[in-house]
Structures are given as C-alpha cells and as structure tokens.
Design a protein around this ligand. Structure first.
Ligand SMILES: *[C@@H]1O[C@H](CO)[C@@H](O)[C@H](O)[C@H]1NC(C)=O
Ligand SMILES: *[C@@H]1O[C@H](CO)[C@@H](O)[C@H](O)[C@H]1NC(C)=O
Length: 161
C-alpha cells in the first residue's frame, strides 16, 4: 500500500515536471502574439452555440470615418437614450458610466469635447450567455487562451464592472 502511494507520488511529481505552463506575462489583447487566431474564435463560436457577438460601440455611428458614418438612425438612437440606464444595460458593450471606457465613443452632440471612437476602449467580443454550459465553456476558453474575462451583470457597481 505504502509502495503504491509512493509510486503514485513519484509519478505525479514526474508528470508535473513534464508540464510546462505557457509563459504569459500579461493577458493577451487583440494584436498581441498570444491573441487567439480567427479559427480559434470560430471554434469557440460553435462550442457556445453561436452566442459570440462582435458588437460595435453604441455611438460608433456618430463618428465620421467609421463604417457606420452615414447611419444616422443608430447615432440618433444612442444620443436620445444615452442618459437612460436601460439603454446601457441592454447594450452588449456599454456601461452606465462611460468614464470606465475612457470616455471613448460618446455621442458627439451631447459633449463639448468628445474624444475619439477608439475600439480599443471596448471589449472585442461579448458572449451572450443563457446557459450554464455556455458560462463554463467561456471561462475555460478565457483561461486556456489567457484572454481577460469581464462579467457584465445587471447590478449597480460604481467601479464600472
Ligand atoms: C452599423 O451598421 C450595421 C449595418 O448597417 C448595423 O448592423 C450595426 O448594428 C450598426 N452598428 C452600430 C453600433 O451603429
Ligand atoms: C442574447 O440572447 C437572448 C436569448 O438567449 C436574446 O433574446 C437576445 O436578443 C440576445 N442579445 C443579443 C444582444 O444578441
């Protein structure tokens, strides 16, 4: 019995010595060497039943030089709804206090000195989870690929989460 335990311990130590954890210094971000490739995102998309979204900031259409620049309907909707928490709550990317997104991509006509609409202020992808398995797939994807995971809840958090 003791031998078995010792052998198992030795095997476990040996197996651990073979495992080389990836050397991540920081979380992967879009454009960094470790950011998952498109085929990896596509496999993740399939594994969570298509619940992966790649949304645009809600006021992106208010900025010239963007793909939505002529789409004033989206800009008007964001401008009219900007001070309503329901709008930010139901938008996949938005948070109620835009300072947590570096005041990026504000509806231009509401602010004296709006900054640019830089997509780097916003998450690249959003998972619209509605089942426990989607939650678990998403967490293991984030851990495996060293991608930062932010949970957007319906609660009230002045720290912007
Ligand atoms: C941008 O335009 C596309 C198609 O015209 C639309 O599907 C998308 O929702 C728009 N996004 C925003 C944030 O205005
Ligand atoms: C999220 O998923 C629910 C159903 O599971 C759907 O009703 C809702 O429209 C989705 N939201 C977005 C932003 O795709």
């Amino acid at each position: 019995m003791l031998h078995t335990i010792v052998i198992i311990l030795v095997l476990a130590t040996w197996a651990r010595s073979l495992y080389v954890p990836p050397k991540f210094e920081c979380k992967a971000h879009a454009g960094s060497a470790y950011w998952p490739d498109v085929p990896i995102w596509n496999r993740f998309y399939i594994s969570i039943g298509g619940a992966l979204l790649k949304p645009l900031p809600p006021a992106q259409s208010c900025y010239s030089g963007t793909s939505n620049q002529t789409d004033s309907e989206y800009c008007n909707r964001a401008t009219e709804s900007w001070f309503h928490s329901d709008f930010h709550g139901s938008d996949p990317l938005s948070v109620a206090y835009p300072n947590w997104q570096s005041d990026g991509c504000l509806p231009i006509s509401l602010y004296d000195d709006p900054k640019d609409c830089n997509p780097e202020h916003f998450p690249k992808y959003v998972v619209n989870v509605s089942s426990a398995s989607q939650v678990s797939e998403t967490i293991s994807f984030a851990v495996t690929h060293n991608v930062r995971l932010i949970v957007k809840g319906a609660g009230h958090d002045l720290l912007g989460r």
